[in-house]
Write a protein that binds this ligand. Structure first.
Ligand SMILES: Cc1ncc(COP(=O)(O)O)c(/C=N/[C@@H](CCC(=O)O)C(=O)O)c1O
Length: 426
């Protein structure tokens, strides 16, 4: 993303020694946050590289941002809804904070039809990153959290912001008071729950960002059992569920007993190319209860109504069109296109003798560079091949020595990238 000039100056406010200062104390939790948000840092490195090499064709296999156009049948629904806003009969103001009923019904039927999830348990938002923040606001500072290590940085960073963690421990590469559940190649990137400490909340993402691994039905049954035994709540991130093409569950609610211990978040971003349109959802089953027996859904509903005035009516019209038979069919074609890109990336690295993971049920390929530091490999690939990637260490200590390649590129860029990588590593 191109950071506005003013934001890049935010790094130096304390340099203006004689500037007027307020008496307001900085939020101690914000002070704990390490650097920038990790993925914003990548965007900054990307912009700096472009300034240094303005004439090179930079290939972006970094940020997981979709690149293929949204199918016309979906965008025309958004155009229609936007046009209607300029008419008396078509105009609509504030909608239900929980989301429009038609979209909630469509999500419940399309993704959870035979899983007994009701439309009233679906809450629409402007995307999963917002929902992660709202859930952290709901859960508060006194809960303990566990994350897969490595995993999407938003779980940890929002945990820091709301005060769930201690400071960042440089020597360990992690924040205090978070249970980092190690995920390695030799445990199939699924944590060893027999050695994991109990926490109140377990953030779990499958298909996983960044490893691209997908938990099996048996593994998720273990996770649900682990949570039920410990009285924990799973926040299950299904942002990439649409990429699953084998028997792995697409929803945690496929697992018996999950409704009493899990919340699921998902998104239209990587499913339908809505990364810029902004649309996601959270499912909070009415069976999920706090230790005092109070239903979590009641608090979440109150929080949603307090913190948001709803989601864009235009985005929701687009979401509804995505879930029509025509929309689903055209979206699947694009998902298959990205998955073929991932297969080509795996093929490149396998042919070069690297161990490459993921990519089968996910748009991310996780490549191991044994004995190397992720940022060094990131810099080498950027400077010698002009390809942006994501250094694995940014996702947690277990990401050290790995690089994440995203498959959200045009096919010609994937092919060009394969030539460049073969030149670099053969
Ligand atoms: C597991 C997972 N959950 C939620 C999101 C964000 O979803 P939306 O906020 O709905 O676009 C993402 C987005 N990830 C991208 C975008 C990075 C970002 O969110 O800043 C990435 O990892 O490159 C994700 O990977």
């Amino acid at each position: 993303r191109n950071l506005p000039e003013m934001q890049s100056n935010l790094n130096f406010p304390w340099l203006i020694y004689n500037a007027y200062k307020t008496m307001v104390r900085r939020n101690v939790n914000m002070e704990k946050l390490k650097d920038d948000y990790f993925l914003t840092n990548i965007s900054r490195r990307q912009s700096a590289h472009l300034q240094k090499f303005p004439d090179t064709k930079l290939i972006n296999l970094g940020i997981g941002d979709t690149t293929m156009p949204i199918p016309k049948s979906i965008t025309s629904s958004m155009v229609e809804r936007a046009d209607a806003l300029s008419t008396i009969e078509g105009y609509s103001g504030y909608g239900p904070e929980q989301g429009e009923k038609a979209l909630k019904d469509a999500i419940a039927n399309t993704f959870y039809g035979d899983l007994g999830i009701k439309s009233s348990e679906v809450f629409i938002s402007d995307g999963s990153q917002t929902d992660i923040s709202r859930l952290q606001l709901l859960l508060g500072s006194s809960v303990s959290i566990a994350v897969q290590d490595p995993s999407y940085p938003a779980y940890v960073d929002t945990g820091v912001v709301v005060g769930q963690t201690n400071v960042f421990q440089e020597s360990e590469g992690k924040y205090g008071n978070i249970e980092y559940m190690k995920c390695f190649a030799d445990n199939d990137f699924f944590p060893d729950l027999s050695t994991a400490s109990r926490t109140d909340i377990i953030f779990f993402c499958s298909p996983n960002n960044p490893t691209g691994s997908t938990a099996t039905r048996e593994q998720l049954a273990q996770l649900v059992e682990f949570s039920r035994k410990n009285g924990s709540i799973i926040v299950y991130d299904a942002a990439y569920a649409a990429y699953i093409s084998d028997d792995c569950p697409r929803s945690i609610f496929e697992i018996p007993g999950a409704k009493e211990v899990a919340i699921e978040i998902s998104s239209f971003s990587k499913f339908a190319g809505f990364t810029g349109v902004r649309l996601g959802w959270t499912v909070v089953p009415s069976e999920l209860l706090y230790s005092n027996g109070f239903p979590v859904i009641k608090d979440f509903d109150r929080l949603v109504c307090t913190c948001s005035n709803g989601t864009s009516n235009i985005s929701q019209a687009g979401g509804l069109a995505c879930l029509s038979p025509e929309g689903l069919k055209s979206i699947q074609t694009i998902i298959d296109f990205y998955k073929e890109n991932a297969r080509l990336i795996i093929e490149i690295f396998t042919s070069l003798g690297f161990k490459a993971y993921g990519g089968k049920n996910a748009p991310y390929v996780w490549v191991h560079f044994p004995g190397k530091r992720s940022w060094d490999v990131f810099t080498e690939i950027l400077e010698k091949a002009h390809i942006v990637t994501i250094p694995g260490s940014g996702f947690g200590p277990c990401g050290q020595g790995y690089i994440r390649f995203s498959s959200f590129a045009r096919r010609e860029d994937i092919i060009e990238a394969s030539w460049r990588l073969k030149n670099l590593y053969s």
